[in-house]
Structures are given as structure tokens and as C-alpha cells.
Ligand binder design. Structure first.
Ligand SMILES: C[S@@+](CC[C@H](N)C(=O)[O-])C[C@H]1O[C@@H](n2cnc3c(N)ncnc32)[C@H](O)[C@@H]1O
Length: 219
């Protein structure tokens, strides 16, 4: 097990791992490996777009070491669980609108201090803005037509002045008609007009064929 370029991420060959904050427990059927008394959880790029993003060349400083994180579209907590491994001192506010997924997220939060699930619609950040306060990191993975607009509204509501974030853009949820390049161009220009500069951008193929990841920070 060797340190990967991203802080607190490890690599064994092509596989990524994080140190399990909750030893012995799996979240989504991932592999557990113990080396020198430390338990590592496999981070599956086919199940977590963030792992795919790292493997697709995301810069070493793309994650940073935030104290407050706003995560939109947490589902059952697959990726959130790895963030909670990576950032043990952070408060991770995880927004999910599906009550079914939220029940599993709630169970995960009971095992992971610092993980705060919020049952809400990410299109209404005013509902949770006061709880979150100022977030240093914003992550979004929701399949909505106006994904970039939702990201911008949440950044305006909650992202700290020197904050950064990642938008996982599901192109086909925006439109079935236009080519990927045009959808991404439109998202990028919306982000830029709000003051969010795209620092790194990549498709997530072969891990996910439908997504383009954009990492941003305030200009
Ligand atoms: C692809 S799944 C997220 C997977 C998760 N990010 C992971 O990597 O573990 C997308 C999730 O976004 C949620 N979602 C979609 N629209 C939403 C909205 N407007 N507000 C909050 N959650 C939303 C869905 O219910 C679904 O659970």
C-alpha cells in the first residue's frame, strides 16, 4: 500500500484505498485490506465518481483539507463514506432528497462522527444554509436538468470565499439533443459568470460514460 498523489488516499497497483474510520465495517461491499495493523477500504471508481475523477488525472490538491463540506446528492453514502475517511476532522453535510436513500445515509451517520445527513432538495439551499454555514468544499452529484444552476446557487449560499468544489455533470440529464461538448461549454460558462473558475475537467470514461467532472474554485 503506497500513498497516492491525493492526501490520505492510498494505492495498491491501480486500486485506490482510504483508511477505514470504522474498522471491520463495509459500506457498499468494498474490499477491506489490513496492512501493518491499518485497515484500508477499496475505493471503487465504478461506484464512486470521485474515485474515477482521481484516476482520470485530477490534480494532487483537488481535495484539500476542508473543515466544512457540503455534499449534494449523497444517496446511500458510498462516496460520502470515503470523504469521511479522508477528512476525519471535517463536518460533512450530506443532502439527499430521496427518503429511501436517506434512511441508509442516516444509519451510516450513526457510525461516522462528523457526517450530518440532511433530507432536503438541493434546489432549495435556503432550507439548510443556516445549518451548513460557510463550506470550504462543495460536491454535487445529482441528475437534474439544471445541474450547473443548482451548483451555482449552492455555492452562492454556502461556499466560502476561498472555497472549491467539484461538479459531476450528467450530460444526458441536461439534454438528450445536444452534443456533450456543447452541454459542458454551457455549464462552464454559467459557472464562470457566477465567478467560479474551472481548474480541471475530464470525462469519467471508462468508469462512467455519462459524466464530465469539473473542479472549480472562486476566481
Ligand atoms: C447518482 S446518485 C448519487 C451517488 C452518490 N453521490 C455517491 O457517489 O455515492 C444521485 C442522488 O442524487 C439525489 N438527488 C437528485 N436530485 C436531487 C435534489 N434536487 N436534491 C437532493 N438530492 C437529489 C438522488 O435521489 C440520488 O440519490
Amino acid at each position: 500500500m503506497k500513498p497516492a498523489p491525493w492526501e490520505r488516499v492510498y494505492r495498491d497497483g491501480r486500486d485506490l484505498f482510504t483508511v477505514n474510520r470504522n474498522p471491520g465495517a463495509r459500506v457498499y461491499g468494498e474490499t477491506l485490506s489490513t496492512v501493518d495493523g491499518v485497515e484500508y477500504r477499496g475505493w471503487d471508481p465504478f461506484r464512486s465518481k470521485l474515485a474515477a475523477f482521481l484516476l482520470k488525472g485530477a490534480p494532487a490538491d483537488v481535495l484539500g483539507d476542508p473543515r466544512t463540506v457540503l455534499y449534494l446528492g449523497a444517496a446511500h453514502g458510498t462516496t460520502v463514506s470515503h470523504l469521511s475517511d479522508l477528512w476525519p476532522r471535517a463536518m460533512v453535510f450530506a443532502v439527499e432528497k430521496s427518503p429511501t436513500s436517506f434512511a441508509r445515509l442516516l444509519a451510516l451517520a450513526r457510525q461516522r462522527p462528523g457526517l450530518v445527513p440532511i433530507l432536503a432538495d438541493a434546489q432549495l439551499p435556503e432550507r439548510y444554509q443556516a445549518d451548513v454555514g460557510s463550506a470550504e468544499f462543495l460536491y454535487q452529484d445529482i441528475a437534474q436538468r439544471n445541474q450547473a444552476g443548482i451548483f451555482v446557487e449552492n455555492a452562492r449560499a454556502c461556499l466560502a470565499p476561498r472555497g472549491r468544489g467539484i461538479l459531476m455533470l450528467k450530460v444526458r440529464s441536461v439534454t438528450q439533443q445536444r452534443p456533450t461538448a456543447s452541454v459542458v461549454r454551457e455549464a462552464r460558462s454559467l459557472l464562470l459568470s457566477a465567478g467560479l473558475r474551472v481548474e480541471y475537467e475530464t470525462t469519467l470514461a471508462p468508469f462512467s460514460r455519462e459524466h464530465v467532472a469539473l473542479s472549480v474554485r472562486w476566481e
